[in-house]
Design a protein around this ligand. Structure first.
Ligand code: D41
Length: 665
C-alpha cells in the first residue's frame, strides 16, 4: 500500500470498493444469488476504474478491474504440472457401474457398502488453478496430463474464479482442478452475436469454451462469459487435506471457489444408479451441458489405498451418457417434400450411432441453412441428436473436406410430382407448387398428419397403409377415409379382415372429436366456433382481439378456397363432429397463460401452434419477460431462449407443448 500523503483515503476507498465488488460478484457468479442490480455494480466498478486510472500505483493483480483482458500473447507458454492431471475411466452401462463398485469393494477389502461422492461430468476443458498464499498465480490447461499451456490471462477474465481466496489463512500452495465451460444461454447469445457479425458459429458450448480459452487475446476471452466448476485437487502445501471428497468441495465453496450444487454422497452401486436416474430426468433443464456423471470414492484414505491403473485412478469412474454428437460422412444431399409442400434438404449419411440409435438421415432445414453451414456432399460432419429431437447436421469438419466435395443444388422442380418449386423472396422455405391434388408427397404427408395421434387419432392407419390407399387412388382427401369399406380395406397388402375391421372401428370413434384436434388435423389456424368463422368477413375478424391483418388473411384464404370449404363440409357430412360447449370448457385451461414462440418447431407451423394455444385460452406474445409463462423453443431458437433461461421461464419443446395442450392439469 502506498503511504504518500493524501493516498490513504483513496487507498481505503479503493480497498472498500474491491471488497464490495468481490462480494457481489461472488454472490452472482458463485452462489447464483445476485445481491445488487447490475447498474449499481457498474457504478461501483466505474468508480474503482477511475480511481485506479488516477492512481495506477495502487492497482493490484487481484482487483476486479483486472478481469477485462490484456494485450495479446505471441503464444502460450508450457507449464509442467507438479502433480500429474490424471484421466478418468469410463463406464456406459449399469453393469459397468456395478463392476466398478465390485472392484472398489474388493480393493478395499470392505464388507459394507462403499461411500461415494457423486457429481456431474461437465463437458468443458480441464484446468489447473495455482493459488500461492491465496492469490491466483497461474492457470494451465490439462494438456497431456503432465504439461499444459499457461492460460492465466484468459482464466483471470472468468468471474466465478476468485483472484484471491476468501480466507485469512490461505494455504501456501493450492492447486485447484476443475472444468471451464460455457452455459447454454451464454452459448446461444454468443452464436447470435457471431451470426449478427457474419462470423462463423460454434458447433456446441464445448467448442465455444475451448475456442474462447485458447484465445491469445484475452480481451476476446473476457467477452465470452466462461464459467468454472471445481472438482479436484493437485498440490497442497500449508493446509490439511480434508478427509473426504465432499468435504474438499465444501472447503472450496468456503474459499469462494465455484462448485456445482448438483452433487450427493451415496452408498453402494444402487446409490450410484439412483443418482444417475435422478440427474437423467433433470439433465435437459440444467443451465449447462454434461456428458455424464462422475463417481468418486468419498474417503481420501480409501482413494489413496486404491491406487492407479495406468494414468487413471481406481477410485473414480465416469458414467457416460450415450454421445449426442457423432462424426460421419455426407453420402448425398437430396430433398424431402412435406405435407405443406415444404422442401427440406436432407443429408444422407454413412450410418452412425448417436444418442443410442443409428442415424442415416439428418435434416438440413432449408437452403439458406445449407449455405450458411456450408455443408457439401462428401464432407465429414458433426451430427447431433438430443433426446427425441430429429437428427441434424451441426457443422462440417474443415480439416477433412475432400477436394471433390460437391455443393448441394436446390432442385427447381418437385422430385415427387414435377411441379415448379417456389420460394417467396422473404421466406426461408421453398415449396412445391403442386398442392394437395397434384403432389402425392403432400397428399400422403397431409393424410398422415390427419390421422396422427395429436390430430384425429385414428389407430391402425399407418404410413404404409396410407401409401397404398393413395397409390391405388382410394383416398385423395381426408374425407375419403370415412368412405372406406371393409372389403376395400381387406384387399390391401398386409391387411387381414380383423385389422381392416379395427381400422373401420377407429374411424368411427374418431368422428367424435374436439375443435382443437380438428383444427390441428386440417393444419390451419382458427378461433371461436367454425360456423361463425366460415361466415365471418375480414372486418369481423379484425374486430376480434389479437387477430391482426396477416392472421385474418391466412384464415380467410384457407376458408375462401372452395376445396377447403368443401373438405370441411364433407367431413361434417361423414359424421365428424365435436361438442362446442365441451370445447368452450376445455378452451379455458390455459387462461391467463402467456406463451412466446421461438425457433422452428419440428412439425407445427408457428401460426398452427399459436392457434392451438389460443384455442385453449392462452395468449401468444412476441417478447420474453418475467410474466411469460412458457417459451416454446424449436430449432435455431436464439436470444428469446437465452432470455427465458436467464429469467427462469420454463422452456417447452413441441412435444411438451402438445402435452400441455392435451392435459388440462
Ligand atoms: O466434470 C468433469 N469433467 C470431471 C472431470 C469431474 N467431475 N471429475 C474429474 N475427476 C478427475 C479425477 C478423478 C482424476 C480427479 C474429472 C477428471 N478427473 C478429468 N477431466 C479430464 C481428465 C480427467
Amino acid at each position: 500500500m502506498n503511504a504518500a500523503t493524501g493516498h490513504e483515503s483513496y487507498s481505503a476507498r479503493i480497498q472498500w470498493l474491491r471488497e464490495d465488488l468481490n462480494r457481489h460478484a461472488h454472490a452472482y457468479y458463485v452462489l447464483d444469488q445476485p445481491t445488487i442490480p447490475d447498474a449499481e455494480y457498474d457504478t461501483l466498478f466505474t468508480e474503482l476504474q477511475q480511481l485506479e486510472t488516477k492512481h495506477p500505483d495502487l492497482i493490484t493483480a487481484d482487483s476486479p478491474t483486472q478481469r477485462v483482458g490484456g494485450a495479446p500473447l505471441p503464444e502460450f507458454a508450457q507449464v509442467q504440472h507438479d502433480v500429474p492431471m490424471l484421466s478418468i475411466n469410463n463406464g456406459f452401462s449399469e453393469d459397468d457401474i456395478r463392476a466398478f463398485d465390485r472392484r472398489v469393494s474388493e480393493g478395499l477389502e470392505q464388507s459394507g457398502e462403499v461411500e461415494y461422492a457423486c457429481e456431474l461430468k461437465f463437458d468443458g476443458l480441464a484446468i489447473n488453478l495455482r493459488y500461492v498464499d491465496g492469490v491466483l498465480e497461474q492457470a494451465a490447461t490439462r494438456g497431456d496430463g503432465s504439461a499444459g499451456e499457461d492460460v492465466t490471462a484468459n482464466i483471470r477474465t472468468i468471474h466465478s474464479i476468485p483472484l484471491r481466496l476468501r480466507t485469512e489463512h490461505p494455504p501456501k500452495i493450492l492447486d485447484v482442478r476443475g472444468e471451464v465451460l460455457m452455459f447454454k444461454a451464454d452459448f446461444a447469445r454468443l452464436n447470435q452475436r457471431q451470426r449478427d457479425a457474419g462470423l462463423k458459429e460454434f458447433a456446441n458450448p464445448r467448442n465455444a469454451a475451448a475456442g474462447s480459452l485458447r484465445q491469445l487475446d484475452s480481451r476476446i476471452t473476457a467477452q465470452r462469459s466462461l464459467r468454472f466448476f471445481a472438482y479436484g485437487i493437485g498440490h497442497l502445501d500449508g493446509a490439511a487435506l480434508p478427509d473426504t471428497h465432499s468435504a474438499l468441495l465444501d472447503w472450496y465453496s468456503e474459499l469462494g471457489i465455484a462448485v456445482c450444487d448438483e452433487r450427493a454422497v451415496v452408498r453402494g452401486a444402487d446409490g450410484l444408479l439412483k443418482f444417475f436416474t435422478d440427474i437423467g430426468t433433470r439433465r435437459a433443464a440444467l443451465a449447462y451441458d454434461i456428458d455424464g456423471l462422475v463417481y468418486k470414492v468419498n474417503r481420501v484414505q480409501q482413494q489413496q489405498a486404491l491406487g492407479f491403473v495406468s494414468r487413471a485412478p481406481r477410485f473414480a469412474v465416469a458414467h457416460k451418457f450415450p454421445a449426442e454428437e457423432a462424426t460421419t460422412t455426407v453420402l448425398d444431399i437430396n430433398v424431402q417434400v412435406g405435407r405443406t409442400g415444404a422442401i427440406t434438404p436432407v443429408a444422407r449419411l454413412a450410418p452412425v450411432s448417436v444418442g443410442g440409435v443409428t442415424v442415416t438421415n439428418a435434416t438440413l432445414h432449408n437452403e439458406d441453412e445449407v449455405r450458411r453451414k456450408d455443408i457439401r456432399i462428401g464432407d465429414s460432419v458433426i451430427v447431433r441428436r438430443a433426446g427425441d429431437v430429429i437428427p441434424e447436421v451441426v457443422a462440417f469438419v474443415p480439416e477433412r473436406r475432400p477436394a471433390d466435395a460437391k455443393e448441394f443444388l436446390m432442385p427447381t422442380t418437385c422430385p415427387v410430382c414435377g411441379s415448379v418449386i417456389i420460394r417467396p423472396e422473404d421466406e426461408a422455405v421453398a415449396r412445391c407448387s403442386g398442392g394437395w391434388l397434384k403432389c402425392a408427397a403432400q397428399r400422403k404427408g397431409g393424410l398422415q398428419h390427419f390421422v396422427s395421434r395429436r390430430a384425429m387419432d385414428i389407430e391402425g392407419l399407418g404410413e404404409q397403409l396410407i401409401e397404398q390407399l393413395v397409390d391405388r387412388g382410394l383416398v385423395t382427401t381426408p374425407a375419403d377415409f370415412y368412405k372406406l369399406g371393409l372389403v376395400a380395406l381387406s384387399e390391401l397388402e398386409r391387411m387381414a379382415e380383423k385389422s381392416a375391421q379395427n381400422v373401420i372401428d377407429a374411424l368411427t370413434v374418431s368422428k367424435s372429436t374436439t375443435l382443437p384436434r380438428f383444427i390441428y388435423a386440417l393444419g390451419t389456424r382458427h378461433f371461436g366456433t367454425l360456423d361463425a368463422l366460415m361466415a365471418a368477413s375480414e372486418e369481423e375478424m379484425l374486430a376480434v382481439e389479437d387477430v391482426g391483418p396477416v392472421v385474418a388473411q391466412s384464415i380467410l384464404s384457407f376458408l375462401h378456397d372452395p376445396l377447403n370449404r368443401e373438405l370441411i363440409e364433407q367431413l361434417r357430412a361423414a359424421g365428424v363432429h365435436w361438442d362446442e360447449s365441451a370445447v368452450e370448457r376445455q378452451s379455458q385451461h390455459l387462461n391467463g397463460k402467456t406463451f412466446v414462440l421461438t425457433g422452428t418447431l419440428p412439425n407445427l407451423k408457428r401460426d398452427e401452434a399459436q392457434a392451438m394455444i389460443e384455442a385453449a385460452g392462452g395468449k401468444v406474445s412476441g417478447s420474453v419477460s418475467k410474466k411469460t409463462s412458457y417459451v416454446v423453443a424449436g430449432e435455431e431458437a436464439g436470444s428469446k431462449l437465452a432470455k427465458a433461461e436467464e429469467l427462469g421461464v420454463p422452456v417447452l419443446d413441441e412435444e411438451a407443448l402438445l402435452q400441455l395442450l392435451e392435459n388440462p392439469t
